[in-house]
Every structure is written in C-alpha cells, then in structure tokens.
Design a protein around this ligand. Structure first.
Ligand code: GLC
Ligand code: CA
Length: 511
C-alpha cells in the first residue's frame, strides 16, 4: 500500500474543462499547472487527471490513439512531466487515467488488426472468424473492415475491445483462452504503457472499466487474476504508486484484483443512487429534504463491502464524476453541504469532482460534445470568476458552452460568500485532516440507520456523526456524554437521552 494514499483527498480534473491557458477554448496542461495552488488551498492533496492522451475524442479521450503521447490540444509530454513535477514540489500526488480495455479505432494496433492479411496485431483485438459469424450475445461491429470478421467493442462503436482472452471459450473458432501468447502479449503491452508513465513520475492510475478485460467472465475472477499479476509488478517495481479501479465491486477489486481502492459508484447495486439521486429525479435520495430516502438501502450494501475489504484497501466515494449528474441536479445547497460532509467523513479515499466545491450546476440541455451525451451537462467549463467565460478562457467559443446563467457560482464569489458550499467543503476537508479518526483508516460503525427513518448516525473512533437531511426536526436516542462539539452545520440539542437535530443538519461530537 503506497504510504501517501491513506491521507489522500483527491480532486478530479477533467483537463478540457479546467483552465484554458492559450485561449483556444479548451483547457490544457499549462492551465492546470497555473491552478494547482487553487487545488492545494482547497485542501486536496492529490489529483486524478482524466485522459490526456492523443485521441480523436469520440469519447472525450477514453478512445486512446497513442498511450504514450499527450494530445496536442493539451500540450506536450514535457508539459505533462512538468505538471507531475510541479505537483510533487507542492507535496501533492497525481494519478493518470489508464484505459486498458479498449483503444480508439484509429489506434495503429487496430489499423493493423483490421487488415485482411495476418500480422502481429491480428489477435490484439477480438474478431470473429468471418462476417457471417455474428453471435448476438456479443457487442459486435459488423462489416466494417477489409478483414473477414466482426470485431467486439467495449463501449462506443469506436472503441474496439482489446484481447485479454476469454475465461470460457464457447466459440473456439474465434475466441482465444487467456493464456494464449497473443493475449499475454496484450497484457505485456499494457504493463509497458504503465511503466512508461510511472517512470516519468506518475503516482499511479485510475483504471477505466477495470473489470472489462476478460470476456465470458461472469465471476470477474479471471479478470482479477490479470490485475493481481499487475499489482505484483507494481509492488516490485513501483511500491509507491496507487491503483484505483472503476470496478464497483470492492470485494473483488480490492480483495482479489489487488486495487488499492475501488470507486463506489451508481452501478454497485443502487446504494450510491440511494444516497444522492434515488428515484426519478432525486426525489427518493437520502439527502433530499423531502424525507423519502432510505439510508438502510445504502448501509446494507456498503457495510458488508467495507467490512470485507477494510484490511486490504479502500472504497472511494465521489461527490460526482465526469459520468454522473452533478448533485445540483437533485439537491438544494444545504442538502449538498450535508452530502459532502458525509462523504468526507466516511472511511476510504474520497474524490471531489472539479466544480463541485462551488456548486456548479448540471446543465441538462447541452448538446452532446465528444461523446458526452447526458454526461456533457457535468463537463462544462470551470467557473473561476468575473470576465469572459467566467475566467475559463479568453476565446469566443469554448468547446462546451459555459453555464448560460450570469449568476452562476464562481470561485471568486464562493470564496467571499458566507456559508458557501466552497467554505463548507474547505472546512470539512480541514477537519478530516486534523482528526485521523475521520480519515481513510479510522474505525467505522453504524449507530442508527433504520428503514425509511432519520437521522443517520455513525461513529468514527471517539466521534459520533449525526446526519439529518430532513426539512424538519428529528431526534434519536443518544445517551453518551458529549465531551465536545467538533463540527456542525445547523443546530442540535442534547437532552435526557435524546439528540434533537435541526432541519438539514450535520453534527460531529466527541464522546
Ligand atoms: C468509463 C469512463 C467513461 C468512458 C467509459 C469508456 O466509464 O469513466 O467516461 O466513457 O469508461 O471508456
Ligand atoms: Ca487551451
């Protein structure tokens, strides 16, 4: 386990939307370097950088054309190395995005694989043996190349799946087993890409669709064996580098695949949805003040995952990410503050998505840009302050339009405003750093989390945390002696054996 990870508080930077330093309407690496102090002042000490590699951007860079080259619109490889070094000088860490499951269909490997004539890359991707062979249980792209066969995709049609083999070979005429030399060659190529960036100082990777490598893999344990092999390489060669997975199954990702942390996202059961976005439009979210949420659904799913993995690694909560609607789509400001306070006082390694700290709006009406579709609404340019495009860019037309609301929140305004989301985020991060019990490794115990009932109460070492998202008072039995108040949003009263919490409150006391 890399030593720095337990104290890490990540800030996710979506590079194209963070800060445009040269006025072409797209964020870039030099822009990120200019804004590092901002991230540090907020209290974050680690960065997850979304893909910055050369790409045709059919899926915002998750369609890699060259893993070893920075996309010119972001800068050069030297710029990225300068970013990494500057991050380190500020005593922060940075992990890059690794896309192991697929490439762009413009990647040179794929261009070779598509050719009729057999070559070294013919098995780098997964092709059926002829175009008429198109079993419907696979996501196959048919009739698109000279080679007589159809290829499998991982995500969009422009993202052919790399070939790590099949756990169960059901069509031997075109499926290869995992230990086939050509599948092992794919794995070797992946390791080389990882070494390439780790050798230049990257502190690890956030791994995209980490569970997607092996096909016909229902249990995902075969896929986990590949990562366990990679983890071994990391332990031997790069013991300080971290691996964070987009897997959403910590029991496998952490315990079997060897990831240091696994994201808790909306596709683990529906626990995360239950917290932030339950129901059709957040109407059943736990943090919604209407009281229709159910914390038990979350706890029933999270607690076993936490208990099963806590000795081996972490679970990472996010405020949101580049794939999910920002909480502003569903929750009011007070609810958001309480939600963030909860996320930052749970165990594991938390991630804050750029702009969430100022309450940037989710913009549902934006036309899709770079394969974003509904996700585009969470990817609009960062709002820094007054001036053109809220200070994001000097250009006339930014690649995704900025929030059209002139009163949209900005860093400048949020820093001044009393009781702003920005101040709440900064405060809770500071608190987490001050009290290790509230951090990644501290104990976690559920005190009160009942079916459709409020509040949610949990304990972290000597601290007890009360969360009341409701628009009215609520109380809960509580007969400990409170030594001191540690943090609060809203108010509380302890009397007799009861703790009464004001509407939309979040309270930490020491017992
Ligand atoms: C992950 C990324 C997402 C991307 C997809 C395909 O879910 O977070 O943005 O589109 O993988 O690579
Ligand atoms: Ca730029």
């Amino acid at each position: 386990m890399p030593k720095w990870l337990k104290d890490a508080i990540f800030y996710e930077i979506y590079p194209q939307s963070f800060y445009d330093s040269n006025g072409d309407g797209i964020g870039d690496i030099n822009g990120i370097i200019e804004k590092l102090d901002y991230v540090k002042q907020l209290g974050c000490n680690a960065i997850w950088l979304n893909p910055v590699y050369d790409s045709p951007f059919k899926d915002a860079g998750y369609d890699v054309r060259n893993y070893r080259k920075v996309a010119p619109r972001y800068g050069t490889n030297e710029d990225l190395v300068r970013l990494i070094n500057t991050v380190h000088k500020k005593r922060m860490h940075i992990i890059l995005d690794l896309v192991p499951g697929h490439t762009s269909d413009t990647h040179p490997w794929f261009k070779q694989a598509k050719q009729a004539k057999k070559n070294n890359f013919s098995n780098r991707y997964i092709f059926t043996d002829n175009v008429w062979n198109a079993p419907s249980e696979y996501r196959l792209m048919c009739g698109l190349c000279e080679r007589d066969g159809n290829y499998m995709v991982n995500y969009f049609s422009s993202q052919p799946a790399l070939n790590y083999g099949f756990a169960e070979v059901t069509h031997p005429e075109w499926q290869l087993p995992m230990d086939h030399p050509d599948c092992l060659a794919t794995r070797k190529a992946l390791k080389e890409i990882m070494r390439f960036w780790l050798d230049q100082g990257a502190d690890g990777f956030r791994v995209d669709m980490a569970d997607s490598l092996v096909k016909n893999d229902d249990t995902k344990e075969p896929t986990a064996t590949i990562w366990a092999d990679i983890r071994q390489m990391m332990d031997e060669e790069y013991p300080d580098a971290a691996l964070v997975s987009e897997w959403c199954n910590p029991q496998i990702a952490v315990n079997k695949a060897g990831f240091h942390s696994d994201f808790y996202l909306d596709h683990i059961g529906n626990g995360y949805n239950t917290l932030m976005r339950g129901g059709s439009w957040g109407d059943k979210a736990f943090f919604n003040k209407n009281g229709e949420g159910n914390i038990k659904a979350f706890v029933d799913e999270y607690l076993p995952a936490y208990l099963a993995t806590k000795d081996n690694g972490y679970i990472s909560f996010i405020t949101c990410n580049h794939d999910t609607p920002r909480m502003t789509a569903y929750l009011d400001e007070d609810a958001i503050k309480i939600a963030y306070a909860t996320i930052f006082t749970l165990p594991g390694v938390p991630f804050l998505f750029y702009g969430d700290e100022i309450g940037m709006r989710y913009l549902p009406d934006l036309t899709s840009v770079e394969g974003g579709y509904s996700r585009t609404g969470s990817r609009s340019p960062m709002q820094w302050g007054k001036g053109k495009n809220f200070g994001f860019s000097e250009c006339d037309k930014t690649y995704i339009p900025v929030d059209p609301d002139k009163n949209a929140p900005t860093v400048e305004k949020q820093r001044r405003k009393k009781g702003s989301i920005y101040k709440a985020v900064k405060g809770i991060i500071k608190l987490r750093k001050k009290h290790p019990e509230l951090g990644a490794d501290g104990d976690f115990e559920v005190i009160y989390a009942e079916e459709n009932s409020f509040p949610f109460v949990y304990r972290r070492g000597k601290y007890v945390i009360f969360v009341n998202p409701l628009d009215h008072l609520t109380d809960v039995r509580f007969d400990y002696e409170v030594k001191q108040e540690v943090y609060k949003i809203g108010e509380y009263v302890q009397s007799w054996e009861k703790m009464t919490l004001s509407p939309q409150s979040f309270v930490i006391v020491e017992i």
